[in-house]
Design a protein around this ligand. Structure first.
Ligand SMILES: *[C@@H]1O[C@H](CO)[C@@H](O)[C@H](O)[C@H]1NC(C)=O
Ligand SMILES: *[C@@H]1O[C@H](CO)[C@@H](O)[C@H](O)[C@H]1NC(C)=O
Ligand SMILES: *[C@@H]1O[C@H](CO)[C@@H](O)[C@H](O)[C@H]1NC(C)=O
Ligand SMILES: *[C@@H]1O[C@H](CO)[C@@H](O)[C@H](O)[C@H]1NC(C)=O
Ligand SMILES: *[C@@H]1O[C@H](CO)[C@@H](O)[C@H](O)[C@H]1NC(C)=O
Ligand SMILES: *[C@@H]1O[C@H](CO)[C@@H](O)[C@H](O)[C@H]1NC(C)=O
Ligand SMILES: *[C@@H]1O[C@H](CO)[C@@H](O)[C@H](O)[C@H]1NC(C)=O
Ligand SMILES: *[C@@H]1O[C@H](CO)[C@@H](O)[C@H](O)[C@H]1NC(C)=O
Ligand SMILES: *[C@@H]1O[C@H](CO)[C@@H](O)[C@H](O)[C@H]1NC(C)=O
Ligand SMILES: *[C@@H]1O[C@H](CO)[C@@H](O)[C@H](O)[C@H]1NC(C)=O
Ligand SMILES: *[C@@H]1O[C@H](CO)[C@@H](O)[C@H](O)[C@H]1NC(C)=O
Ligand SMILES: *[C@@H]1O[C@H](CO)[C@@H](O)[C@H](O)[C@H]1NC(C)=O
Length: 800
């Protein structure tokens, strides 16, 4: 079955040059101006949690219609970010929903974990699982039933996206595995996970409707995505999430083909419930509901926060409107029952009815303290419970594992007891404006950026800054640590360094940050606060300049090739142990093993293939339907774009240096499908969570041997990419896609065998006309290496 074809990449390229123009010509905007209706909403059968479903069924059978509607419609004036009011008559004490993906956001005495992006950069399944486990434990100990994370949308179509860092990676396979690990772990801790935002929420700009100058409602941006791209890119990680048994999926703010995501029957009834077999409940993003009965029929199960907009005083599209609609026959009570069962099944499955911790009393103070009758029916416990336990150890380890060494010349790193260290940049020291970076980046000039802003942020109980951690570590060697934290001063080399002596320091560390938050996209990929001038100024003065970035996505690095910039470290958003995890890498106490979960291109315009939809004209439009985001690039985002168009990049997807070296040998691919013949179409079976279960049958196993050829212990990430055949008449298939990775830790000279299971979905493409995953005829190329462009071994196999 196995043969070698080293010329595979080039063979693929020939097909493409014809396909490129075809792809552009076939985009017909009209096809994306409506969504196909998919009704009725498929009822759940409780597949995967049958016992809990039976409990939910009995529970719901005992409720009045008004009580059922209470389960579905949030009440804004409760102790948590989202609140389902208690029904004490049946011993149900409500549901407490809390932000967010990296921390129980508002809570006191809670941990701020590394961002999803940082977790992805570790490529370490075990650490990602531990992060989920501890996150879940903190939500539960604070009495939150539902955690509003993890994030697979935005996936990261545009590097400018304000929320890219909340999720994992623009690669759906890497994100899918991170979703699965995180969700399994969080739910094992007993808290319900929420996979969000479904779907196409790839920009913040105009994510919600606005009011124009003439008081017209200008609708939210419409993400127009073809069916194949939907399946192979944006929906892929949500399939993993559903397969992992996620309790809830949050629908998004944006429109899809001009229809709002939270009332889009094709997306919710069709893709999510019918095709992926989702058994839990669809929850709206806050204020993303724009209709009553129509959203219910389209598949939405829970309305958050409940009232229209965010104000308690506002009415709801749901609530008594749903009761009235059932009573006058315009909505079936069976659908209401299904919604209630979907909400209660995960509650019973995770045994949240049994001794669940009460809500931390402080949570109420952090929200709007209630005057509503139901407020006191929530179960409150002590205030300010410390839920952090020993999670700081994992936070430090994971942030170091997610720190990517991009450049290292002249043996700049690891540091070897330098006599003098200069620390430069406003990202090095303590935040002068507090530890809760919720709103705009402009508010946070001074202080290290450990996590981004918006609902994905966290209230830091402390942050160990890079400067403090360096001082502590440097004291062991008696090194002098001098610093300048004022970027305006540093930008002017004529005056900046007058206070430094001896001068220049042996090593100059420059700390840069890049603000990113919900609600606004980035307007540049450069790091903030005059970063280019800061680096150039320091590098003009110091021939051993090490640049460290704290970032929420890709940065352009115009200074990367500067001869005095000897090392570059992308530390992402590390969470509360920022300084410790950085110092572990800088001093080599931890050998760097992080790999980029995205591409760093040379220039901003290299990313223009998937720009944020925006312009002055759009900002001033009076056309309600003007905001249209055509995903014309299809499957070709991030490395798939740069590979397909043969574009050189600064640092490619999957890249990251180590202080040791590794080799790889013996790539072998075996058919492990029990001697059964592989068919192009998946065998027909009953749908289970995740979709057709046979899509996850392991058909092939790839193995390779990895050896540490250097003199230091270290970890690396062997990566397997597949080149699937081009399909005549279809949009281009990416030249290669990630389909396996494993983090391995090796002593000097040690070897290990890694194996990558290839499932049916991994070697199929989505055929939109057949509405099926199909294995295309032709050989599949397999490439194994240490990044998407550091391919060490090539082979191919022929499945059909
Ligand atoms: C959007 O439109 C495309 C093209 O007509 C279609 O293939 C796709 O299924 C639609 N998606 C949704 C969610 O309506
Ligand atoms: C229905 O509710 C009553 C309390 O009103 C309770 O005694 C009974 O056990 C409940 N039945 C079910 C099936 O939950
Ligand atoms: C828009 O509405 C506001 C108040 O709702 C009103 O003050 C303003 O005059 C209106 N503007 C136009 C152009 O109608
Ligand atoms: C029902 O929904 C409408 C908005 O369509 C709202 O104006 C009305 O107040 C709602 N009714 C209740 C009782 O909330
Ligand atoms: C049923 O009630 C809903 C909510 O009050 C209302 O919007 C709808 O128009 C009513 N339909 C009929 C047929 O009376
Ligand atoms: C940015 O750096 C330039 C020097 O290149 C300097 O002229 C300017 O004042 C700096 N701006 C700020 C806001 O620090
Ligand atoms: C930062 O440096 C500039 C230029 O030297 C100076 O004008 C400014 O006052 C400094 N800011 C602070 C907060 O010291
Ligand atoms: C590199 O640093 C040295 C000081 O060590 C300086 O003289 C030189 O001009 C710098 N090179 C560049 C290109 O800035
Ligand atoms: C860097 O500058 C120092 C003096 O600051 C000098 O001793 C050293 O030789 C320089 N290194 C290089 C590679 O130029
Ligand atoms: C969107 O366009 C407006 C008007 O040109 C501009 O002010 C704003 O910065 C843009 N937003 C982004 C995220 O680029
Ligand atoms: C890809 O681009 C490089 C230069 O950037 C060029 O040397 C090479 O021939 C190109 N390959 C193909 C297949 O176009
Ligand atoms: C597999 O296909 C071959 C050739 O079509 C056939 O001879 C053989 O019986 C099939 N094996 C099984 C297990 O179906």
């Amino acid at each position: 079955m196995t043969s070698t074809r080293k010329n595979l990449v080039f063979a693929g390229l020939l097909v493409i040059l014809n396909a490129v123009s075809a792809q552009m010509l076939t985009w017909d905007h009209y096809l994306f101006t409506s969504s196909p209706p998919v009704y009725p909403s498929p009822p759940t059968a409780g597949i995967g949690w049958e016992t809990a479903f039976a409990q939910a069924d009995a529970f719901v059978a005992n409720l009045t219609l008004e009580e059922k509607v209470t389960l579905l419609t949030g009440v804004a004036q409760g102790p948590c970010i989202g609140n389902i009011a208690p029904i004490p008559r049946v011993d149900f004490y409500g549901l407490c929903l809390q932000d967010g993906p990296a921390s129980i956001r508002q809570a006191t005495y809670a941990s701020v974990f590394p961002a999803g992006l940082t977790a992805a950069a570790s490529w370490d399944k075990g650490l990602i699982y531990s992060r989920g486990l501890y996150l879940g434990a903190e939500f539960k100990a604070k009495g939150a039933h539902v955690a509003l994370g993890p994030v697979a949308g935005p996936l990261g179509r545009s590097g400018y996206g304000g929320r890219g860092w909340e999720g994992f990676s623009p690669d759906p396979y890497l994100t899918g595995i991170a979703m699965e690990q995180t969700i399994s772990a969080m739910q094992r801790s007993g808290v319900q996970a929420t996979a969000k935002h479904f779907i196409g929420n790839e920009q913040e700009t105009q994510r919600n409707p606005t009011i124009s100058q003439n008081n017209d409602t200008i609708e939210a941006v419409s993400s127009n995505i073809d069916d194949r791209t939907m399946h192979e890119l944006y929906m892929w990680p949500f399939a993993n999430a559903v397969r992992a048994g996620v309790a809830s999926v949050m629908c998004s703010y944006n429109r899809l083909n001009s229809s709002y995501s939270c009332q889009n029957s094709k997306a919710l009834n069709g893709l999510l419930k019918e095709e992926l077999g989702f058994q839990g409940y669809v929850m709206s993003d806050w204020g993303a509901v724009h209709a009553g009965v129509a959203s219910v029929k389209a598949g939405l199960d829970m309305n958050m926060p409940g009232p229209i907009g965010f104000l308690v005083t506002e009415p709801s599209f749901w609530g008594s409107n749903l009761t009235a609609s059932v009573n006058n026959g315009s909505l079936s009570e069976m659908r209401i029952d299904d919604m209630a069962r979907r909400i209660m099944s995960p509650y019973f499955h995770l045994r949240q009815d049994m001794d669940y911790p009460p809500i931390d009393m402080e949570s109420g103070n952090l929200n709007i303290l209630g005057v509503q009758p139901y407020f006191d029916t929530f179960k409150f416990g002590r205030a300010n419970v410390d839920v952090r336990q020993t999670h700081a150890q994992l936070i430090r380890e994971l942030a170091a594992a997610g720190t990517v060494l991009l450049k290292n010349t002249n043996n700049a790193l690891p540091l070897r007891a330098p006599k003098t260290i200069g620390v430069f940049g406003n990202d090095a020291g303590n935040p002068t404006n507090g530890l809760y970076t919720l709103s705009s980046g402009g508010d946070y000039e001074y202080g290290t950026l450990a996590i981004g802003g918006g609902s994905g942020t966290g209230r830091l109980s402390y942050v160990l800054t890079p400067l403090d951690a360096l001082k502590i570590r440097a004291a062991r060697d008696g090194s002098l640590v001098q610093f300048l934290l004022n970027n305006t001063l540093i930008s002017d080399p004529a005056i900046a360094f007058q206070s430094i002596a001896p001068s220049p320091p042996e090593v100059c560390l420059v700390l840069l940050k890049t603000w990113a938050a919900e609600g606004a996209d980035r307007t540049t990929l450069l790091a903030d606060w005059n970063s280019t001038a800061v680096v150039e100024s320091v590098a003009s003065y110091c021939n051993n300049t090490v640049v460290i970035t704290h970032t929420g996505g890709p940065n352009t690095m115009p200074w990367a090739k500067h001869p005095n910039v000897t090392a570059i470290v992308a530390a992402h958003f590390p969470g509360q142990e920022s300084g410790n995890s950085l110092v572990d890498i800088l001093y080599g106490d931890v050998n760097p093993s992080g790999k980029l979960p995205y591409t760093i291109a040379h220039e901003e315009r290299d990313y223009a293939f998937a720009d944020i939809t925006n312009s002055t004209e759009l900002q001033e439009t009076e056309d309600p339907n003007a905001w249209q985001s055509d995903f014309k690039e299809g499957l070709l985002i991030d490395y798939r774009h740069f590979d397909y168009y043969n574009r050189s990049v600064l640092y490619e997807f999957g890249f990251g240096l180590s202080y040791t070296t590794f080799s790889m040998s013996n790539l072998i691919i075996c058919n492990v499908y029990n001697n059964r013949n592989i068919t192009a179409r998946p065998p027909r079976t009953a749908i289970a969570p995740g979709g057709n279960p046979t899509l996850y049958d392991v058909l092939y196993r790839a193995t390779a041997v990895v050896t540490n050829t250097g003199s230091l212990a270290g970890a690396t990430v062997p990566q397997l990419y597949l080149s699937l055949p081009q399909v005549p008449g279809e949009a281009p298939t990416p030249l290669k896609v990630l389909r396996g990775f494993e983090k391995v830790s090796l002593q000097p000279g040690q070897s290990t065998m890694v194996s990558f299971d290839l499932m049916r979905r991994d070697i199929s493409y989505w055929d939109a006309s057949q509405q099926e995953w199909i294995i295309a005829p032709g050989a599949i190329g397999a490439q194994a290496g240490f990044s998407s462009r550091d391919i060490r071994l090539v082979t191919s196999f022929l499945p059909l």
